[in-house]
Design a protein around this ligand. Structure first.
Ligand code: HEM
Ligand SMILES: *[C@@H]1O[C@H](CO)[C@@H](O)[C@H](O)[C@H]1NC(C)=O
Ligand SMILES: *[C@@H]1O[C@H](CO)[C@@H](O)[C@H](O)[C@H]1NC(C)=O
Length: 493
């Protein structure tokens, strides 16, 4: 019996040594990095939860094109504007895939947009982009809906009567209502039990993405599948979100008006009808439910955290807030409504929004990609299926591109005459084949919400509070620590 154990152990050690030697051989194909050790790879160097700071230190030592290893799996890191741009734009097609972990596979089954690859992804994404554009058009289009929601938010803020309050819940409710309007054609009440559950599911899904439990699931899928734990609860959250979407799809099918599509589901059902005889069609109700769930995942936390940062920065920089207010007042005067077009007349305000998004970027690293074929870059031949991370934060804070990279400085987006300038290095939405599908919507939301709030209130610290914490909470998104501010109505309104 003991003999058997010893031979098994010897076999295991042998396999381990063999796979480690293979790793050391393979390592020469990849850009430089710290020495990977057996089993743990380079985790001894980076730690399990690597943050923006770890990445910065890492690239200072190994360069902007480098490799880390999670166990036997290499991850190539691209950082800084030049290298990220070369990867995302010159190698757009090669880097068009997303990694699919076992968990993502079990939860989403290759459907949707953000977690899908190949033909299905292409078809769903193309449809998604066209539909977002269609929903943006017309008198009652997206801009109108955003403005309505911005007015509601102003109303909610007014009710605080100048007393200190935490704006985060109000803001994320407004943003998720908009996704609900776009997807379902109407806004959910936040008292609605089902909708609250949906939003909680989305939240826990996002948290799971960066958890240790996800890493375990990825490494030992066949065991984890049968064990209880966080991954099982997250799987049931996914199920819950999908079945919520399916219920809405059912309602739409009952009252469908194919000639007058109003929301994402309407357009999708129309497309299913059109392509029902096409054998290559990937349009299905399952796929639709997945797309809807993703709009909530990708479009809620991102936009609402950005807006929370913008308000926090306005409290921290009252002079800048005052200049924004003056500009908004000058341009709008007594006009009741604001349009997205107005940003062209408000270069300073527009610069402040861009600068908030730059200096307080909400993703710790970009959204990972995977090589769809061999990647030939900077003299390396990186094999197909290798994971690639593009560190967008390092682009937005690249010291070679920005005059004061770590400082909140709206002049980054203004020329000498105070005109707004677009900066090529401003890549918060990514670039290339996988660039953010909701960029237009997000930009409209940020501008309209921000101007509505700025013209109505002066935001300031509660009495007795000296300053707000400007460090992010590190998670899947980098949102501010909970804070309170006072919204004092501007006297002129
Ligand atoms: C401030 C707000 C937002 C930021 C900073 C942001 C950022 C990003 C980034 C960096 C990516 C990955 C791009 C890449 O791989 O190169 C992405 C993908 C995506 N975003 Fe956004 N996003 C925002 C808002 C939204 C909104 C409002 C929606 C939808 C309503 C949305 C939908 C998506 C989708 C569907 C993808 C996946 C695209 C694909 O894989 O083909 N995002 N976003
Ligand atoms: C990337 O593409 C641009 C434009 O096509 C080109 O000018 C540039 O030389 C390319 N960069 C590399 C490193 O190939
Ligand atoms: C479906 O895809 C196959 C293979 O990609 C292609 O040859 C065929 O023409 C496509 N059929 C239609 C109806 O688009």
């Amino acid at each position: 019996m003991v003999g058997l154990w010893i031979s098994l152990l010897a076999l295991l050690v042998g396999l381990l040594i063999q796979s480690y030697l293979k790793l050391l051989m393979n390592r020469r194909m990849f850009p430089p990095g710290p020495l990977p050790l057996p089993l743990i790879g380079t985790l001894w160097y980076t730690g399990i939860r690597f943050s923006t700071d770890t990445l910065t230190k890492f690239t200072q030592k190994y360069g902007n094109f480098a490799t880390i290893w999670i166990g036997p799996f290499p991850i190539v890191i691209l950082s800084g504007f030049q290298i990220v741009k070369e990867g995302l734009i010159n190698h757009s097609e090669t880097l068009a895939d997303r990694p699919v972990t076992y968990f993502v596979l079990h939860a989403f089954n290759r459907k949707g947009i953000g977690f899908a690859n190949g033909h299905g992804w292409k078809q769903q994404r193309r449809f998604g982009i066209i539909t977002m554009r269609n929903l943006g058009l017309g008198k009652k289009g997206m801009e109108f809906q955003i403005e309505e929601e911005a007015r509601r938010l102003v109303e909610t803020f007014s009710q605080t009567g100048g007393q200190p309050f935490d704006p985060s819940l109000f803001i994320s409710n407004a943003i998720s209502s908009l996704i609900s309007t776009v997807s379902f054609g109407y806004r959910f009440s936040h008292e609605d039990e089902m909708f609250r559950k949906l939003m909680e599911s989305i939240d826990s899904l996002a948290q799971f993405g960066v958890s240790f439990s996800h890493a375990l699931y990825t490494t030992f899928p066949w065991i984890m599948k049968y064990l209880p734990g966080l991954h099982q609860r997250t799987l049931s959250c996914v199920k819950m979100a999908l079945s919520f979407a399916k219920e809405e799809i059912q309602k739409h099918k009952e009252n469908q008006d194919l000639h007058d599509p109003q929301d994402f589901i309407d357009y999708y059902l129309l497309q299913m009808e059109k392509s029902k005889d096409d054998p290559n069609s990937t349009f299905s109700e399952d796929n639709l439910a997945q797309c809807i769930t993703e709009l909530f995942i990708a479009g809620t936390e991102t936009t609402s955290s950005t807006l929370q940062w913008a308000l926090l920065l306005m409290v921290a920089y009252p002079d800048i807030q005052e200049r924004v207010y003056k500009e908004v007042e000058d341009v709008l005067g007594s006009s009741h409504s604001v349009s997205y077009q107005d940003r062209k007349k408000m270069p300073y305000t527009n610069a402040v929004i861009h600068e908030s998004q730059r200096v307080k970027y909400i993703l710790p690293i970009g959204v990972p990609r995977r090589c769809a074929k061999e990647l030939h870059m900077l003299g390396y031949h990186i094999p197909k299926k290798t994971l690639v991370v593009t560190d967008l934060n390092s682009v937005l804070c690249d010291p070679k591109q920005w005059e004061t990279p770590n400082e909140f400085n709206p002049n980054h987006f203004l020329d000498k005459e105070g005109k707004f300038i677009t900066r090529e290095e401003f890549l918060p939405f990514g670039a290339g084949a996988r660039t953010c599908m909701g960029e237009q919507m997000a930009r409209m939301e940020l501008f309209l919400f921000f101007t509505h709030l700025m013209r109505t209130f002066r935001f300031q610290l509660p009495e007795g509070v000296k300053e707000l914490n400007q460090d992010p909470v590190v998670g899947l998104s980098m949102h501010p620590h909970p804070y309170k501010l006072c919204a004092i109505p501007r006297s002129s309104l």
